[in-house]
Design a protein around this ligand. Structure first.
Ligand code: SIN
Length: 532
């Protein structure tokens, strides 16, 4: 015990029990490392469980499709900001990663022919997305990985929020300070910490993300000195269920893009299909294009929502059981009537800057999954690439950790540093971000959002879970607003109404966010080298 806190040690602490975290934990355990997975809620409460569409992967069984085509679709969708080497390497490792996942017990849907069933989503030029349970892919993956982790004896601590990193004399990370549901502190000492905490959809008033998505891992990494990149690229999913008159805020049920992949079409209040003519792929354009077109149509018509007409989709209720259940719970029958939808915050394309094996520039600190920015997504993520990225980078990170642990380090035994947090009220942050940093931003709106968050910010304590989460959101609001204010162009899912065109001067230039000595976000354009 140290200062009243419980204390334990491991070789690797993984924060988060979604696809990236569990894949890394299983890989590390198989390499003989002592692994502890910590997660702040129930093990399956994160975004992985909620993923509907599937896993985008080329397995060689779809005539005409190839890894090269998947790479090309990813880079086109990423709007000039993908790291081409990261894209090629991550997607090339996809088939092996999916084979490992299936060996760990995940079962994917089959077509009548017996081959793996495929669907298509926005930006994909082929039917290459594999799925489970119709539209319950994430739940099946989470079930299989949690089962495999339990079978392997991976230690899983639930109800433990990561509050801060412990630091070593070499400036690197040496473990984590934790806070449990009862407010008890704990210290987990480890030469390696892997963040797999997901995204920060809770920055916005309306999101598809679960309540866990408060950006804790990204905030913790920034405070540990790690740079983040591409934070201005918040992806809005075009179609989440909208119940007219119900306010449309909070955690909203997703209506997977695969509904459009299987023939669903978007209509405005007059019944007209408005995506035809906007993009050659119409409803299956990359989702930044669809979300922006819906937003324009809402402004033009003054309607609260548009409609996704899935009445022509074959056997829609059986094919999309999750979507059908959400619709029916809201009194809408997708078999007979169009589904009211609006866009909502869905995915953070940016995150902790890592290489394609999850290494950050801070020794001992790794990140994988939505919390990380490998360069795969660029300015706009291609649908269903994220589960694949979690599988590939999670597995690679396990090997990177094992290799780094071969070099001994001297780690401290002291307590975690005391920290006072800057905390704004969550609804204030969410309203400010939704008003000023949603789809379509401009300088005045971004500045107003920044002022609103700053005016609402006061001191909080690291001993209170709500304060820790709200401090993460407060910091990330400032970071996203700073990056979005700096990028004076429109690219991917960053739409600046005062700079509506793409500007070649910004081509390939990622914005890097670090913290200054006062803990405030600073934006630069220099990509620091990631430690080998
Ligand atoms: C969806 O099913 O539409 C979401 C898939 C994704 O976000 O990749």
């Amino acid at each position: 015990m140290s200062g009243g806190a419980w204390e334990a040690a491991a070789d690797l602490v993984v924060v988060g029990s979604g696809i990236a975290g569990l894949t890394a934990a299983l890989g590390a355990a198989e390499l003989g490392l002592r692994v502890v997975v910590v997660t702040k809620d129930a093990a399956d409460a994160g975004a992985t469980t909620w993923a509907q569409g599937g896993v985008a992967v080329v397995l060689g069984d779809v005539p005409g499709d190839s890894v090269e085509t998947h790479v090309a679709d990813t880079i086109t969708t990423g709007a000039g900001l993908c790291d081409a080497a990261a894209v090629a390497s991550i997607l090339a490792d996809g088939p092996a990663a999916v084979t490992r996942l299936r060996a760990r017990g995940a079962t994917f849907d089959r077509a009548r022919t017996g081959a793996l069933a495929r669907t298509r989503e926005g930006g994909h030029s082929a039917f290459r997305v594999i799925r489970a349970g119709g539209d319950a892919t994430g739940a099946e993956i989470e079930r299989a990985l949690l089962g495999a982790a339990r079978e392997r004896g991976v230690a899983l601590l639930t109800g433990q929020l990561a509050v801060d990193t412990l630091r070593a004399d070499d400036g690197g990370v040496a473990g984590l300070a934790l806070l449990d549901d009862a407010g008890r502190a704990g210290l987990l000492r480890a030469p390696a910490v892997l963040l797999a905490t997901g995204g920060y959809g809770q920055l916005y008033a309306s999101t598809t993300n679960p309540a866990t998505a408060t950006g804790d891992g990204l905030a913790l990494a920034l405070r540990a000195g790690a740079p983040a990149a591409d934070l201005e690229f918040v992806q809005f999913h075009p179609t989440v269920l909208h119940v007219p008159g119900a306010g449309g805020t909070g955690v909203r049920p997703l209506v997977t893009e695969a509904v459009r992949g299987e023939g669903g079409v978007l209509r405005d209040r007059t019944g007209a299909r408005f995506m035809v003519g906007v993009h050659p792929l119409a409803e299956l354009a990359p989702r930044d294009v669809v979300a922006a077109a819906i937003t324009r149509r809402l402004a033009e018509t003054g309607a609260e929502c548009v409609w996704l007409d899935a009445t022509g989709v074959e056997d829609v209720a059986r094919r999309f059981p999750t979507v059908t259940a959400s619709c029916r719970a809201a009194g809408i029958d997708p078999v007979r009537e169009p589904i009211p939808v609006t866009p909502a915050a869905h995915y953070a394309c940016g995150g902790v800057l890592t290489d394609a094996a999850g290494r950050t520039p801070v020794r001992g600190l790794y990140a994988a999954g939505e919390v990380a920015r490998t360069g795969l997504h660029g300015a706009n993520r291609l649908a269903s690439n994220s589960l694949l990225e979690g599988l590939v980078v999670g597995a690679r990170a396990a090997h990177a950790v094992a290799a780094e642990l071969a070099v001994p380090r001297s780690l401290p035994s002291g307590a975690a540093p005391a920290r006072v947090l800057a905390v704004a009220d969550r609804p204030v942050v969410q309203r400010a971000m939704s008003a000023g940093a949603g789809i379509g931003r401009d300088a005045a709106g971004l500045a107003a959002a920044s002022d609103a968050v700053e005016a609402a910010t006061g001191p909080g304590t690291a001993g209170d879970r709500a304060d820790v989460e709200d401090a993460a959101l407060t910091l990330l609001a400032a970071a996203v607003l700073a990056a979005a204010g700096t990028r004076t162009e429109t690219r991917g899912c960053h739409v600046r109404t005062d700079h509506p065109e793409r500007d070649d001067a910004w081509q390939r230039a990622s914005l890097i966010v670090t913290l200054d000595n006062a803990g405030r976000p600073v934006v630069s354009t220099n990509l620091p080298a990631v430690a080998a």
